[in-house]
Design a binder for this molecule. Structure first.
Ligand SMILES: NC(=O)C1=CN([C@@H]2O[C@H](COP(=O)(O)OP(=O)(O)OC[C@H]3O[C@@H](n4cnc5c(N)ncnc54)[C@H](OP(=O)(O)O)[C@@H]3O)[C@@H](O)[C@H]2O)[C@@H](O)CC1
Ligand SMILES: [K+]
Length: 493
């Protein structure tokens, strides 16, 4: 699992490391790594390094210092380096002296457009982890005219380092070179960061437990249930699906199909769309009523069940079964409007809620706001449930404070019925006995992998997502070295 640390934790760790490291050493490590990646970027983009033109946008702190020192290192490789000082009186003094000594040019904001126009790469050293709010007007004006690709130092300026939120002008980078450890912005603002590389400056031993987590493909491969020699359809977990209606059977078909593909366990369906579900997925045991559904190890409830009294009774019945529940869509709205349905639940029974921003508002009385990690944590605590907050980046919080972030590849999941597919995946993993936080995080990640595979550069549908689940799981297992098949590069946009 990849760890992610908030800027407060990064600063604490940096403080400890500073105390035992020679003066300037950390910035030297950071800026040397930055220069190396800049040279690689130039070579890849322009076919060479010497004689290429790099413009540094330099703010008033150490982020600008990193840029200036990297500029000095690039001069050794005969790169033409021009630094634009946004606040000359506050520019990092030693970095500036080093760049000047190495033959770098230093220009004012007013004189900078002619250099920016001719740049092969522009380096964003405007602001780093001490950044607050959007780009200020002078920097925003410069960024507006940049045509060259931008490499961000540590993070794209104008994007909040801890929430990834933007509230005005910001930098959109092609590459972000970060130092020491990933910060929340890197997981929560992928569109602004572009590709991300990490330069090791020796911080890791000082960091302690991460604040946020990101599942890696190897984690998925380790935790995804695969039948063993002694398994049968029951031992791998039976998931029950209560979704859809006679008029709108789509949600039932999608959630059920997703569960069929997710694991080798059995799927039961209970509800008014039984005939349609049986017709589409003959392997499903379908019945018209929740009360004669048979035994399951976890329930999926909500998509398309309506928010009236019938839906309410279905939800109440399921919450009282003493097995893990993934409550989605209409079930979320019912819980928000009739919180007493939760009285049917034994508080120790795992519950996963999967709200989008509107459903979150119903549950919590306010929109998630800029700090989506805090928003998910608050809801998880309030409902003693795992809360998967949907958005471009999905945030998954457990009541004990653990948070995972799923950073998708592209925006292909924004399609009707996509949530029904996700809930089917999570339900299957709950039935297989996974920790509910891991089940939700793993479900979200395979969901987005399936999205990227299904889309392959063009929009996809929820049915396409269901069909792509086996391919996504194969990719996961192949990546973990199970079959020795080479890893495929996924399309990003
Ligand atoms: N510490 C270490 O060990 C290492 C640190 N390293 C590097 O240092 C970076 C952190 O440096 P830092 O703390 O000096 O602050 P930094 O982010 O450059 O901001 C400077 C000033 O900018 C201002 N400002 C704020 N918001 C703004 C905005 N929206 N738009 C414009 N300006 C804005 C605000 O000053 P103000 O103008 O408000 O007085 C703020 O104080 C870190 O990201 C990494 O790159 C590496 O070298 C590795 C070792
Ligand atoms: K920056």
């Amino acid at each position: 699992m990849q760890g992610i640390w908030t800027t407060e934790r990064i600063r604490e760790a940096e403080g400890k490391l500073f105390a035992v490291t020679p003066d300037g050493e950390l910035m030297r490590r950071a800026s040397f790594g930055l220069a190396t990646h800049l040279a690689g970027f130039l070579a890849e983009r322009t076919g060479g390094v010497a004689g290429r033109r790099v413009v540094l946008l330099v703010g008033s702190g150490d982020n600008g210092g990193d840029a200036l020192w990297a500029g000095a290192f690039l001069r050794r490789r005969s790169v033409a380096v021009t630094a634009v000082l946004l606040k000359p009186e506050k520019a990092h003094a030693r970095g500036l002296a080093a760049l000047r000594k190495a033959g770098g040019r230093v220009v004012s904001v007013e004189d900078s457009p002619q250099w920016i126009d001719k740049a092969d790469v522009v380096v964003d050293g405007i602001v780093g982890i001490s950044g607050k709010g959007p780009l200020r007007p002078d920097a925003a004006e410069l960024i507006k005219h940049v045509r060259a690709p931008i490499v961000a130092v540590d993070l794209p300026s104008g994007v909040d380092p801890d929430t990834g939120a933007v509230d005005g002008p910001y930098v959109t980078a092609t590459l972000t070179v970060t130092f020491g450890a990933p910060k929340p912005v890197h997981a929560l603002a992928p569109q602004q960061c572009g590709d991300i590389v990490l330069v090791d400056i020796g911080l890791r031993p000082e960091l302690g437990e991460p604040d946020l987590h990101r599942l890696e493909l190897t984690d998925l491969a380790d935790l995804w249930p695969i039948p063993g020699a002694g398994d049968d359809k029951y031992t791998q977990g039976v998931v029950g699906i209560a979704a859809g209606s006679a008029t709108y059977p789509g949600a039932a078909v999608l959630a059920s199909g997703s569960a069929v593909h997710a694991t080798a366990g059995m799927v039961r369906y209970a509800g008014p769309a039984a005939d349609v579900v049986r017709g589409r997925w003959p392997e499903i045991v379908a019945t018209g009523s929740i009360t004669d559904a048979g035994r399951v190890q976890a329930w999926v409830v909500g998509p398309g069940i309506g928010t009236g009294s019938e839906g309410r009774e279905v939800l109440r019945h399921i919450l009282g079964q003493g097995v893990p529940v993934c409550a989605d869509a209409d079930a979320t709205t019912i819980i928000a409007q009739h919180p007493d349905v939760l009285d049917a639940r034994d508080p120790d029974t795992p519950l996963v809620l999967t709200p989008h921003a509107g459903e979150y508002e119903r549950l919590m009385g306010a929109r998630p706001g800029a700090d989506r990690v805090k928003a998910a944590r608050d809801a998880a605590k309030k409902y003693s449930a795992v809360v998967l907050l949907k958005g471009h980046c999905t945030v998954i919080a457990a009541p004990d404070g653990r948070v995972a972030v799923n950073t998708p590849r592209g925006s292909w999941l924004a399609t009707a019925g996509s949530g029904d597919v996700l809930t089917g995946l999570i339900g299957s993993l709950l039935a297989a006995g996974l920790d509910p936080w891991l089940a939700a995080a793993a479900g979200a990640q395979v969901h987005s992998l399936a999205g990227a595979l299904a889309a392959d550069g063009v929009p996809t549908s929820a049915s396409g997502l269901v069909d792509a689940i086996p391919g996504a799981l194969k990719l996961v297992r192949d990546t973990a070295g199970d079959s020795g098949v080479e890893v495929i590069e996924l399309p990003v946009n």
